[in-house]
Design a binder for this molecule. Structure first.
Ligand code: DGY
Length: 450
């Protein structure tokens, strides 16, 4: 479909992506986030794929071009000097490690492989050229996914840790409150937050959270982002279902692409990593909470609430029917307690906050991943409810960063790239179109036999 063929609503979403395009990469939101962010960028490629497949490929190519020598793909790439964001390159101190341009020192959920698999499946204009493009990216994905296991699961537990709340992409989830409370923030000093110059304070993390974020940035900078030091000594070392689920899905999609492209070594390595991650993921199941929850690996302590990341277990891979049914029932119950779903945190929990960033609001791209997982587990009605909710929220409050699940009010940044992308790619498409998602790739012989 060309730009001119889009209906007015989709044309407006496309125009947001075009306005946020900085020439080969897209900023999440012009003022609030003026650089390339990792998972934003990958998810934005899906929106571009609707009207400009070449530009969609460029987005993931530019993201992966910033890969570090050790395999990590950073969470922010500072392509240009821009003073309106804090913490910038000086705080991260990666100039000696990152290739030009400087980057942050942490990563973000590796949704890129899943996106690339979709670009590969859908861009049929010139199949050979498309396959060539994908083939160049697969070794990078393979190295990044291997980095997760080497750097963030060196003990072979089968669950990868995050060393900073921002690695999860869900910055101020209540799950981090207790693990962060053990961190000494005395060396942080004074600094000027820029985000609250742009967005209402009650929609952003609190100053106390920022002190902890900055203490962890300082920790990483002081050890020159050395992964062995981080895994051994970092005071924040937490495994959470969202990151682990997205990585498992990414491995599954990498295997599918590697098999398609005859890159057998990559398929074999990814399958072995996936076996470890599939087994390890079960450690995140809590009978007490009744779902997949965050585990503080420094204290062996489970979080007390379900989050929107808990439902990503359905996106990660096969969940046995009894458990998948229980999850769908709990999720349906959540939806009876809010006007529009899916809240990012349990609406029954005392720490639920309907408008403060990741402590309650709805995010379109998480909804897409949850709905995809639900469809793959036969829960099509629930998936459709989530799609319709996403569409309605955007209709009511425009392409905001996120939405209040109780009132539908928009929060955070405006003209937000991944909200526009998810609308174009999924939420504003008629029911049934969602089925264009590739079916879950079987990876074990038992699953293949079914
Ligand atoms: C921010 O600055 O709030 C970003 O979410 C960090 O990734």
């Amino acid at each position: 479909m060309t730009l001119n063929e889009l209906n007015p609503k989709n044309r407006r979403a496309a125009d947001i992506l075009i306005a946020n395009d900085r020439g080969g990469y897209t900023v999440p939101s012009a003022k609030l986030y003026p650089f390339q962010w990792n998972w934003d960028s990958a998810l934005v490629a899906l929106g571009f794929s609707i009207f400009d497949p070449d530009r969609a490929w460029q987005e993931v190519e530019s993201l992966l071009s910033a890969q570090w020598d050790n395999g990590m793909v950073p969470h922010i790439i500072f392509w240009k000097v821009e003073k309106s964001y804090f913490p910038g390159p000086d705080q991260w101190g990666t100039a000696d490690i990152a290739h030009n341009p400087p980057t942050s020192g942490i990563t973000q959920p590796p949704v890129a492989a899943t996106v690339i698999q979709r670009l590969l499946a859908e861009d049929v204009d010139d199949i050979d050229a498309t396959r060539d493009r994908a083939a160049k990216l697969l070794p990078k994905l393979d190295r990044w996914h291997q980095w997760f296991l080497d750097a963030r699961d060196p003990d072979g537990l089968g669950i990868v840790a995050i060393m900073h709340p921002w690695e999860s992409g869900r910055d101020n989830l209540p799950d981090w409150d207790r693990p962060l409370s053990f961190i000494d923030t005395t060396g942080v000093g004074t600094y000027h937050r820029r985000d609250t110059d742009i967005v209402n304070e009650d929609e952003r993390p609190k100053n106390n959270d920022y002190d902890h974020y900055m203490a962890l940035v300082k920790f990483g900078r002081d050890c020159n982002w050395d992964t062995a030091t981080i895994s051994r000594d970092c005071p924040f070392w937490v495994a959470e279902p969202g990151m682990n689920a997205i990585l498992r899905r990414a491995e599954r999609d990498l295997i599918a692409m590697a098999k398609l492209l005859g890159m057998d070594d990559i398929a074999t390595r990814a399958a072995s990593r996936l076996a470890r991650l599939d087994t390890g993921f079960e450690k995140l199941w809590s009978d007490d909470v009744g779902g997949y929850v965050t585990l503080d690996l420094r204290r062996d302590e489970y979080a007390t609430g379900l989050t929107s990341g808990s439902w990503l277990a359905l996106f990660a891979g096969h969940v046995e029917p009894k458990r998948a049914g229980k999850m769908a029932t709990t999720l349906s119950h959540w939806l009876t307690q809010v006007d529009r779903g899916v809240p990012s945190f349990d609406p029954n929990h005392e720490l639920f906050d309907s408008i403060r960033y990741w402590r309650g609001p709805v995010w379109a791209m998480v909804n897409w991943m949850i709905a995809t997982g639900l469809i793959e587990h036969g829960e099509t009605d629930l998936a459709e409810r989530i799609r319709a909710d996403t569409e309605a929220l955007i209709e009511q409050s425009d392409y905001r960063e996120y939405f209040c699940p109780v009132t539908g009010r928009g929060g955070g940044g405006s003209d937000f790239s991944w909200t526009a992308s998810m609308s174009l790619y999924w939420a504003s498409r008629p029911t049934g179109d969602v089925i264009n998602s590739p079916v879950l790739t079987p990876t074990t012989p038992e699953q293949e036999a079914k």
